[in-house]
Design a protein around this ligand. Structure first.
Ligand SMILES: *Cc1c(COP(=O)(O)O)cnc(C)c1O
Length: 381
């Protein structure tokens, strides 16, 4: 990942900044494409994981669609060349402004999460004399076995339409003249590493399809969302996610109807491993149990540790000395501004460069200006 030339380039760049390795991204996309093509599966990239224009254009070049969760993401996808007919729009709280963006751009599908939302889409589509294609986002009540903040497919979550509401929703659809039901959508959570969870999802989707088929409804597509996890502990041994097993599982366990398409919305699995947050050590401070390595990046640049208790592998790019234990912390005035406790790192000194690995997804997009901090421009290699 880090050749001497790349490290030399880092030394001349103001820190902290995000580094993206486009070769890793392209290798990931090539693997994803060949595995998805085996089954003719359709993949939409979930923009919210990383909406950097160069990354978006690289992904688009492989022919993938886009999965957006805001009106501005739709505009960005269109601007970066994604085909309108491959843009899906999800989210529990789509505003009228955002729905109109979707309608004006004739997107592939609105993934709808409640009856009141469908009513509004119908009304706005009628005003424009258009037919909006929609999928019902159904809450399958499947436990993703991931952090509770990124679990979305349980009945207690705010996402999707619950099974007991389906009958009334399907009945109400008959009264909407500017809505066309084209799909069923599911997304149960993120950073799912236990693949058996997806087998459970398939079984549940089959049952839900049967419910629709018994009412003579056969939709054009099933969308099983995203959520495939990545290896944060050992990025080097698992740079490319296991797309083969992932798609193989759906092929084995999901019963598609004749000519029915299967869609996926992957975010993290596509972009996580190509990104690193590069930071400089400001001070080594003696602590009670371990020493602190205080770095110039914090929760303002990478929020995941503070938000989800996530851990990222940390490498010292400037030292090969014997290891010591460090708490790696940022400069922000919050105790949760900590990248790792009692981590073994080569003996570290002021000025050393750290790479915080696997930071391509939900990293730069969540950077914020707390403490009036400003992120530096990204570096590509
Ligand atoms: C966030 C999100 C995704 C992508 O999730 P990943 O875990 O990054 O693959 C897909 N679909 C929807 C509806 C989402 O909200």
């Amino acid at each position: 990942m880090f050749t001497p030339e790349i490290i030399a380039q880092f030394k001349n760049t103001p820190t902290p900044f995000y580094h993206y390795n486009l070769k890793v991204l392209e290798q990931t996309l090539a693997a994803l494409k060949s595995e998805a093509d085996r089954f003719n599966y359709h993949v939409h990239y979930a923009l919210k994981a990383n909406s950097n224009s160069i990354i978006l254009k690289t992904i688009r070049q492989f022919g993938f669609g886009a999965d957006c969760v805001s009106g501005n993401e739709i505009l960005k996808a269109v601007e970066c060349g994604y085909e309108n007919s491959k843009i899906a729009f999800a989210g529990v709280g789509k505003s009228d402004y955002e729905i109109n963006i979707g309608l004006d751009n004739d997107i592939f599908c609105f993934n709808c999460e409640s009856l009141p939302e469908i009513e509004v889409i119908n009304e706005l589509a009628e005003k424009k004399n258009k037919i909006a294609q929609i999928a019902l986002r159904i809450n399958p009540n499947v436990n993703a076995k991931t952090h509770h903040y990124i679990t979305t497919g349980l009945e207690e979550n705010k996402f999707g339409i619950n099974m007991w509401e389906l009958e009334s929703v399907v009945e109400a659809l008959k009264g909407f003249n500017n809505i066309k039901l084209v799909g069923l959508h599911f997304h149960i959570g993120s950073q799912i590493t236990d693949l058996s969870v997806f087998k459970g999802l398939c079984i549940r989707v089959n049952e839900i399809q049967d419910w629709f088929i018994s009412r003579n409804i056969i939709v054009e597509h099933i969308n099983v969302g995203g959520g495939l996890g990545v290896d944060y502990e050992n990025p080097n041994s698992n740079l490319i996610p296991d797309f083969k097993s992932y798609f193989g599982l759906f092929n084995q366990f999901l019963n598609l109807q004749p000519n029915q398409q299967l869609h996926f919305e992957l975010g993290r699995a596509i972009v996580a491993q190509c990104g690193n947050l590069i930071s400089k050590v400001l001070y080594i401070k003696k602590g009670v149990n371990t020493n602190f390595a205080i770095v110039d990046a914090g929760m303002t640049e990478l929020l995941r540790p503070a938000l989800y208790q996530a851990t990222h592998k940390i490498e010292n790019l400037s030292s090969t000395a014997p290891t010591q234990k460090y708490d790696v912390v940022g400069p922000v005035c919050e105790s949760s501004d900590c990248f790792g406790k009692a981590i073994d790192l080569p003996e570290t000194k002021r000025g050393d460069l750290f790479a915080i690995r696997t930071a391509g997804a939900y990293g730069e997009v969540m950077a914020n200006g707390y403490n009036l901090r400003v992120l530096n421009k990204e570096v590509f290699s």
